[in-house]
Design a binder for this molecule. Structure first.
Ligand code: ATP
Ligand code: MG
Length: 330
């Protein structure tokens, strides 16, 4: 199991650290896909990167909570153990396939380096494994590809190479942070199909960070909705699609891309996500919420509303479910 428990993160700022993620709890079971959705700047990437402590080099600090990999706290791990977890047990696929590969080294050099970092293989054996991994991600002529440099590959091919790298040491979990946003629409679907195929075949646990509720419906078992550093709603996908309980979730769902790829405007969800540290004491969505009332100005618990494993950080859920003022809102 991979668990995030009550995690809070702060980012460095001139006037003192600012909270950017607060009290986030998530559970990812082997073989399951968990979606993490929310508008830009809500803290999705910070949360995903914290699983492998990748923010530390940028000065991001954990101020509370833990990340547990089979009951071991990742934040308590000594550096050598952390290195074997990174890429060995948990791999990450980033938002930007253009910058994640080093332009001065060949594909072969980069892929075999990752393989040899985790597996005790000779160079020829590592090359053979690299060719096999490239075939697994749909890239034929692996031997030729190993001699090429990132510049000569298309965005879709680079993302496939990065997925091959992520699979190099047979990880148990994969964290995919908007793995297709930088790609053409036609390529996006093929990369998603590839990820889904690998996830199913290898029984991977996958955390999929995305803006796209359509993708969540298609791929995920569970979903968590993030707003201004908080998880505002989480639970099994079917429950959340049947009965979205948080007004923010409802608003986001209405922002799903249409079948033709265009996004509907969100006329009623005006305003912006407040910046890190500039959060109100109570519900952080209140300033944009048509149901906001006096009781929303005091802190709201993550399980303010709960039905089984479906939780919402909102004290107005009964009204949300009755859909009263929300008709006009949406
Ligand atoms: N290294 C950093 N230094 C300072 N601020 C940062 C850093 N990383 C993130 N932030 C800020 O923290 C907030 C959350 O950022 P994060 O990248 O996690 O958002 P996100 O939900 O992934 O957004 P997007 O959908 O655009 O990728 C943003 O306001 C961002 O500007
Ligand atoms: Mg991000």
């Amino acid at each position: 199991m991979l668990k995030i428990e009550h995690l809070s993160l702060a980012i460095p700022a001139p006037g003192g650290d600012r909270q950017a993620v607060s009290d986030v709890s998530l559970t990812l079971a082997p073989g399951h896909v968990l979606g993490l959705v929310g508008e830009s700047g809500c803290g999705k990437t910070l949360t995903a990167q914290a699983i492998l402590r990748l923010g530390e080099s940028q000065g991001i600090v954990r101020t509370a909570g833990r990340v547990l990999l089979d009951d071991a706290d990742v934040f308590g791990m000594p550096e050598p153990e952390l290195r074997t977890v990174r890429g060995g047990r948990i791999s990450m696929i980033f938002q930007e396939p253009m910058t994640a590969l080093n332009p001065v080294f060949s594909i072969g050099a980069q892929l075999t380096e990752v393989i040899r970092l985790h597996l005790d293989l000779t160079r020829p054996a590592a090359e053979e494994r690299a060719i096999g991994l490239l075939a697994d991600v749909g890239l034929q002529d692996g031997a030729g590809l190993l001699r090429q440099y990132p510049d000569s590959l298309s965005g879709g091919m680079r993302q496939r190479v990065l997925i091959a790298m992520a699979m190099a040491a047979d990880p148990d979990y994969i964290i995919a942070d908007e793995p297709t946003t930088a790609l053409d629409v036609s390529v996006q679907k093929r990369i998603i199909d590839l990820l889904r195929g690998l996830q199913e075949k290898r029984g991977l646990g996958m955390l999929l960070v995305t803006h796209d509720f359509g993708l969540v419906a298609e791929l995920c078992d569970e979903v968590a909705v993030m707003y201004a550093g908080h998880i505002v709603e989480r639970g099994p996908v079917a429950d959340i699609f049947d009965k979205p309980a948080h007004p923010y979730t409802r608003a986001l769902m209405h922002c799903r891309p249409e079948a033709d790829g265009r996004h509907k405007r969100l006329p009623a969800i005006s305003g912006q996500v407040p910046s890190p540290g500039k959060w109100p004491e109570g519900c952080r969505f209140a300033a944009r919420c048509p149901l906001a009332a006096i009781e929303c100005s005091t802190p709201v618990r993550e399980d303010a509303w709960q039905e089984g494993r479906h939780l919402a950080r909102c004290v107005k859920v009964m009204e949300v479910l009755k859909d009263e003022k929300l008709e006009a809102f949406l």
